[in-house]
Design a protein around this ligand. Structure first.
Ligand code: NAP
Length: 484
């Protein structure tokens, strides 16, 4: 073990079972790598209770700004209040754009897939997508959440997935998206992956639709090596992955940024088990192992990983593992691992790890340039309590003399005007697609203003507008369901 370099690490115990799993991981890390100095910091439930709406106090932000590395217990997220998740806040403040979640079969942990050789890593984009957290009640009845995907974000997560695959000597990378339905957002993920795959000819690469990915994960999980995917998809399939190998108690994770990394288990604070000395600290311990590798402490990492696998293989486990041998408590399990330092499992091979190349922070804000930009109209979202047959003529009347014409109206994404003869169930939020009679580079503000005033003149309330553009001749928007 290296005695040369001291590492200062921010330690966040977290909520619920957090303090127990973090204490277990810390005990083993301290024993394997004495050159770590911990800086304790708080976040989560207690911080919310103090009235700090973000759940992350400035002192914790300052600590992480100094140390650039944290080992973090799970944080409780208040459901249904105004508060945001403190976890997501930390990930976003420090731009930890990649969430790396290994899913590997454990010795001594019987599951219905035992013996199949599951050994994959899910690389989840960590800051964009529906987790951008931009939500509005558009009407008292209709909520909206913006799904944001950027080409820069796609670039970074794809680069990370391919580089991670190389650092672990893996053979293939699959990209899982819903590009067949969300052609612009998930489509950008797919096209970035396919472009970048050409730079990694040593790795096999393929695209898979996320729903089939879930199906394949349940059917034949051993076919996957590295899966890279968007934030929401990754959240779901990584929990699915944990289920394949014995549950959330066995799922470690790392949030990787350009120069900051936060290591945490995939599981949450499991409040019903808090303080009971029964939960499984393996996920947190292995998150600590990932942290040691990130710090370059490869020997200490392998010492702990080998001891964990030897302990499990010898039949010592916590209550979440169902075998013939009785479970032990969290503390006794930790002590057994400590006692097994220096021992190796017979049926588990530790992978060779090389330091991973994290993509450098891009210097510019804009990455994609277009030669030709056109504005061909705008979508105006209006609130209206009546039906399409009533709303359509109102919009047509409003368009008179404005330079706009009504292309169509959709409700919940489906065309309802011009009337289609079908009867979709409607809500009070309507998307009115207005085309300019003459497309322009930028629609003049007074013309937009005139159009919105005319809409209001029809007794309609508008909530938001979205320009309809073409970039280099291609539509920068999608059609409604049923729109021609
Ligand atoms: P959870 O805390 O992950 O617990 C779900 C279930 O997973 C538990 O009831 C337990 O299953 C099992 N489990 C989780 N951790 C385990 C461990 N270490 N050992 C053994 N079994 C374990 O999910 P949740 O109940 O949905 O969320 C609770 C709180 O945690 C919420 O406030 C949520 O927002 C937060 N959360 C935080 C993070 C994070 O900090 N990164 C992540 C996820 C959730 P059984 O009941 O079957 O025994």
């Amino acid at each position: 073990m290296s005695q040369l370099k001291t590492h200062t690490i921010t330690l966040i115990a977290g909520d619920g079972i957090g303090p127990e799993v973090v204490a277990s991981a810390k005990t083993l890390i301290d024993a394997a790598c004495p050159n770590i100095i911990w800086e304790e910091a708080e976040a989560g439930a207690e911080v919310f209770k103090k009235g700090i709406a973000s759940g992350v106090p400035q002192a914790t932000i300052d600590s992480l700004n100094r140390t650039r590395v944290a080992l973090k217990g799970p944080l409780e997220t208040p459901v249904g209040f105004g508060e945001k998740s403190a976890n997501v806040t930390l990930r976003k403040l420090f731009e930890t754009f990649a969430n790396i979640r290994p899913v590997r079969e454990f010795p001594g942990v019987p599951t219905r897939f035992s013996g199949s050789g599951i050994d994959m890593v899910i690389v989840r984009e960590n800051v964009e997508d529906l987790y951008a957290g931009i939500e509005h009640m558009q009407t008292p009845d209709v909520a909206q959440c913006l799904k944001l995907i950027s080409s820069k974000g796609c670039d970074k997560i794809m680069r990370t997935a391919f580089e991670f695959a190389r650092s672990e000597g893996r053979k293939s990378v699959a990209c899982a998206t819903k590009a067949n339905i969300m052609k612009k957002t998930e489509g950008l993920v797919k096209s970035t992956f396919e472009k970048m795959a050409k730079e990694y000819p040593d790795l096999e690469s393929w695209h898979i639709i996320i729903d089939n990915c879930a199906h394949q994960l349940a059917k034949k999980p051993e076919q996957f090596d590295v899966i890279v995917t968007t934030n929401m998809n990754g959240d779901i399939i990584s929990d699915l992955g944990s289920g394949l190998i014995g549950g959330l108690g066995f799922a470690p994770g790392a949030n990787i940024g350009h120069d900051v990394a936060i290591f945490e288990a995939v599981h949450g604070s499991a409040p019903k088990y808090a303080g009971k000395d029964t939960i499984n600290p393996t996920a947190m311990i292995l998150s600590g192992v990932m942290m040691l590798r990130y710090l370059g402490e490869f020997e200490a990492a392998s010492l702990i990983e080998n001891a964990v696998m030897h302990t499990l293989e010898s039949g010592i486990h916590t209550r979440d593992v169902v075998t013939d041998t009785p479970p032990v408590g969290t503390k006794a399990y930790t002590a057994a691992i400590l006692g097994n330092f220096g021992k190796k499992p017979s049926n588990y091979r530790i992978r060779e790890h090389k330091p991973m190349k994290v993509p450098a922070r891009p210097s510019s804000t804009v990455v994609t340039k277009v030669e030709k930009r056109e504005t061909i109209g705008m979508d105006v979202f209006v609130e209206f309590g009546g039906g399409a047959a009533e709303l359509g003529p109102k919009l047509e009347a409003a368009c008179q003399g404005t330079g706009f014409k009504l292309k169509m109206i959709s409700n919940r994404g489906t065309v309802v005007y011009p009337l289609t003869g079908t009867a979709p169930d409607v809500v009070d939020q309507w998307r009115c697609r207005l085309y300019l009679e003459i497309p322009v580079v930028e629609v003049p503000l007074p013309q937009v203003h005139q159009m919105l005033q005319a809409i209001e003149g029809q007794g309609l309330r508008w909530m938001h507008i979205e320009k309809l553009c073409k970039f280099d001749g291609a539509d920068a928007f999608t059609k409604a369901q049923g729109e021609n």
